[in-house]
Design a protein around this ligand. Structure first.
Ligand code: PLP
Length: 452
């Protein structure tokens, strides 16, 4: 039975209201606004249960690489399914998990040697934090037990990931559950009272001071490289990342690169750290790893960290962490095919070229008096809507300007979600010039419409 044909929209909505709690969603508003219920996808488009199609303008939450229903990816899953869907990695292994680990070590920056799987970006970060914490204990430096990260950063919703995160709205309520973490300012140039150069210098000085004062206690510096995504699509000025990382390394602090959002071509490099030749000690990846198909994530680490967990069984030095679905075979099989296609189809170079075209397409938005800033790196775009362009005053929160703009996009056939009043545009990496043209036109119309 095809589930999609079994019930009407109204019946499904009724059941959604009765049984389903959607994530990061105010259910009162959601149920009121006739939510979309997706039934299918093809290429960069999604179809709802009523048959209406939409551009997948945020890649189904920043995941999708080659489009939906990509034949080769579908086939990879089907072939794997003929063998087995899942068996555990605890104390044993599987063919796709081993082969994917080899591939990930090859394509991630030099010095990352071992792959530890999990099932979401947050768990990949959670694992990175636990590994870094335990590493210093294992090598006799237990006082290095604190974490440093950027203000306004986002690393997922599990407890360690929230602790290192810096977005007040997501963490304040849970304050008593979180561990103490050091936060350093991110170079958010748009609202900095000074030039870009001054902003960078202010942030680097603050970082240096924190490292000078607390470096001996800091286990790791957790960084979203180049783009601070969920915090509002803020871009690091060129050169900032490499300088910040160099400083942290000088203080003997491990570097955890959270490439969950930026990895697999999103910013126009396979990984965002590649823009500035930064070599992390630990890297968290997820989202695009399976082309956006299945929940697989990974934490890739340097051998020096892996080696610290080696010993005789009675020493109990193993890394005591794992999940029921760690290294799921279907996920690993489709991830392998995703990586093969990225290379075969020369995807990264294409994203780089098309992102230049995207800059031109979005240019007319700069003329609108309520568009404060367009921030873009590769296929990661944030368009900040403001009440007053000169003073950069935002609209009152209750006006829900970002939300309403996305509803207007939806009516015109493009799906995305706002971050406050920042409209996110992150199309599947495979989107071609024609797709980008059509999507950009919808964005422009919706944003124009919201003020008129
Ligand atoms: N890290 C970053 C930088 C992210 O952007 C996200 C999600 O948006 C996460 C971690 C969490 O990933 P997940 O939602 O798969 O848990």
């Amino acid at each position: 039975m095809n589930l999609n044909n079994s019930l009407s929209y109204d019946q499904l909505l009724q059941k959604n209201s009765e049984f389903l709690w959607n994530p990061f969603t105010q259910m009162t508003q959601y149920l009121h606004d006739e939510p979309i219920i997706i039934a299918g996808g093809d290429g960069i488009k999604l179809t709802d249960v009523t048959g209406k199609t939409y551009f997948d303008g945020n890649s189904s939450l920043w995941l999708n690489v080659h489009g939906h229903h990509k034949i080769e990816l579908d086939q990879a899953i089907k072939e794997q399914l003929d063998d087995i869907a899942h068996s555990t990695l605890l104390g044993m292994a599987s063919v796709p998990a081993i082969l994917l680990a080899e591939e990930l070590v090859k394509i991630t920056p030099d010095g990352l040697d071992k792959v530890f799987y999990s099932d979401s970006g947050a768990t990949a970060v959670e694992i990175a934090v636990k590994m870094a914490f335990a590493y210093w204990k294992r090598i006799g430096k237990p006082h290095k037990n604190r974490f440093l990260s950027f203000e306004n950063g986002y690393h997922g919703d599990t407890v360690a990931a929230m602790s290192i995160g810096g977005i007040g709205l997501y963490r304040e309520e849970f304050g008593p559950l979180l561990f103490d973490c050091l936060h350093t300012p991110f170079p958010y140039t748009y609202r900095f009272p000074g030039s870009q150069k001054e902003c960078v210098s202010y942030c680097l000085s603050a970082l240096e001071e924190t490292l000078e004062t607390n470096g001996d206690e800091i286990a790791a510096f957790v960084v979203e490289p180049i783009v601070q995504g969920a915090g509002g699509m803020h871009m690091m000025p060129k050169g900032f990342l490499s300088q910040a990382i160099e400083m942290a390394k000088e203080h003997n602090v491990l570097i955890i690169a959270d490439e969950v959002a930026t990895g697999f071509g999103r910013t126009g490099e396979l990984f965002a750290v590649n823009h500035e030749n930064v070599l992390p000690d630990i890297m968290a990846i997820g989202k695009g790893l399976t082309g956006g198909y299945l929940p697989l994530a990974a934490t890739v680490v340097a051998n020096k960290i892996y080696d610290a967990f080696l010993g005789a069984p009675e020493e109990q030095k193993a890394f005591y962490h794992g999940h029921s679905f760690t290294g799921n075979q279907l996920g690993c099989a489709v991830a392998l095919k995703n990586l093969e296609l990225i290379e075969k189809e020369n995807l990264i170079e294409k994203v780089r070229n098309k992102s230049n075209y995207l800059v031109e397409l979005l240019e007319p938005l700069n003329e609108l008096e309520h568009v404060g800033e367009i921030r873009q790196r590769g296929f990661m775009v944030g368009i900040e809507i403001v009440k007053d362009k000169i003073t950069k005053t935002p609209f009152p929160q209750k006006d829900l300007v970002g939300y309403k703009t996305c509803l207007a996009c939806r009516d015109l056939g493009l799906l995305t979600r706002p971050l406050g009043d920042v409209i996110v545009f992150m199309p599947p990496l495979v989107s071609d010039e024609k797709d980008l043209f059509e999507m950009a036109n919808i964005l422009i119309s919706a944003i124009r419409q919201i003020k008129s």
